[in-house]
Design a protein around this ligand. Structure first.
Ligand code: DWN
Ligand code: ZN
Length: 417
């Protein structure tokens, strides 16, 4: 990773983020887009917005899929980062089950230590606190970090780096469990982050890491999950090489449906690679996921989905329909800005996250309102930008649907339900 001087807004990588190889080939190009989570306030509306190249490439040496632009993490994650994990009941349930499973599997108790990297608003660690287990959260986003402290989760408001790991270790901290959910793909220094995990983990500790999986992204055309916060799109092949480079071993892998298809990775400092990993590596080799060929036609698949969605929305609009959207999500920003969904098609976006209300989506500047607006306005259609939570949102919006409202799902193929 090219060293980023602090005031540089972004750098264009010339080599692979993981292995440093220069055999990286671009297979998808979005041009320049705004930052997906950089919501606008009414005073920003008249101002120009920073936009950055968004290009996706494959590394022929280690099979890692990655974007080639690194936007300064301080711009992306530090001040006024709007994402709070606890606004999703499904995510809370998912996280609680994970914590209780590990407490049981690892026999954790008051003498144990659980550290979470990107601990957000304490959505996960609070389950350990409840069980009387020592925890430490580390998260650079000041709002969510403060929210975590309010629910009794001690949190350091900082980026996790190799140096931070050394500091904690020097203070006598070694973790039985290190959680890192939806962060490994987000860090500008992938190798430093993993090296830090290796230093902070107890010899018999386990790092339990969740990250979106590249196969469902390609198979279900989830191109909207590509944005500047997501620097890497992992396969087990690429992850195995990354961890081994730092004396860590991916010993077990689980498939999760969350966020459009993710992996839960069990990583330890002792090699004991189980069947789940060996089978997945064989699966990827048989599907060719470890080679560029698998990715070459993705760009045309993306173009087809964008075209079909745009055509559907324009047809409904031409028939006089009113359309809103649900979920002021980062993936929603990619979708509306790459398809070109502006106020001519969608009147507003609703979201449960109060920190997003009365702000505007990046780029297309769609206003964000509370979910009550759906019953107040009763638009004919709602484009579901947060499609990864379709089940709970459809349940939640039963009244709106009972009154005749319809949802439009954009991925994997645009359709009305
Ligand atoms: O990796 C990331 C994932 C984990 O979360 C981050 N880079 C940023 C963020 O991505 P996202 O914004 O696309 O994530 P979500 O979790 O799909 O966002 C869903 C949005 O929908 C949130 O703003 C919360 C909102 N929501 C809601 O209004 N009602 C969500 C649910 C479940 C609901 O019922
Ligand atoms: Zn590589």
């Amino acid at each position: 990773m090219d060293m980023m001087c602090l005031d540089a807004k972004s750098v264009t990588e010339r080599a692979c983020r993981s292995c440093g190889g220069t055999g990286i080939e671009t297979f998808l190009e979005f041009g320049k887009t705004p930052l997906a989570d950089r919501l606008l306030t009414s005073s920003d509306i008249g101002e120009p917005e920073p936009i950055f190249p968004l290009r996706v490439a494959f590394c022929k040496d280690c099979s890692l899929v990655q974007i080639t632009e690194t936007v300064n993490p301080i711009i992306l994650f530090a001040d006024s980062y709007p994402y709070y994990s606890s606004f999703s009941p499904a995510l809370l349930k998912h996280s609680r089950a994970n914590a209780l499973d590990l407490i049981n599997r690892r026999g954790l108790g008051p003498e144990s230590l659980v550290i979470e990297l990107a601990s957000n608003d304490g959505y996960l660690l609070k389950n350990y606190v409840e069980a009387g287990i020592r925890v430490l959260g580390i998260d650079p986003a000041d709002g969510p970090a403060a929210a975590a402290e309010r629910v009794g989760v001690p949190t350091r408001c900082a980026f996790f780096t190799r140096d931070v790991a050394e500091t904690l270790r020097a203070q006598g901290m070694r973790a039985d469990i290190i959680h890192a959910n939806n962060v490994l793909a987000h860090v500008a220094d992938t190798n430093g982050f993993v090296a830090g995990i290796a230093r902070l983990l107890k010899d018999d500790g386990v790092a339990v890491i969740e990250a979106p999986y590249v196969e469902p992204l390609i198979e279900h055309c989830e191109f909207d999950t590509i944005y500047h916060e997501h620097l890497c799109y992992f396969s087990v092949t690429a992850l195995d090489k990354l961890f081994r480079r730092h004396g860590l071993y991916l010993n077990e892998v689980k498939h999760l449906s969350i966020h459009g298809g993710s992996l839960r990775l069990y990583v330890e400092s002792r090699e004991n690679v189980g069947a789940t990993v060996k089978d997945q590596l064989a699966h990827e080799a048989s599907r060719g996921i470890d080679a560029i060929g698998y990715f070459r036609d993705f760009s045309s698949k993306v173009d087809a989905l964008k075209r079909d969605l745009s055509t559907l929305l324009r047809r409904l609009k031409s028939q006089g329909a009113t359309i809103a959207a649900y979920g002021a999500a980062a993936k929603g920003a990619t979708l509306i800005n790459t398809v070109g969904i502006g106020r001519d098609l969608v009147d507003f976006v609703v979201d449960r996250n109060v920190y997003k209300h009365n702000k505007y989506m990046p780029g297309q500047r769609l206003p964000i309102r509370s979910t009550e607006a759906l019953l107040e306005v009763q638009p004919d259609y709602v484009l579901l930008l947060a499609w990864n939570f379709v089940d709970e949102i459809l349940d939640q919006q039963a009244e709106y649907r009972a009154r005749g409202g319809k949802f439009i799902l954009p991925v994997p193929t645009p359709r009305i339900i």
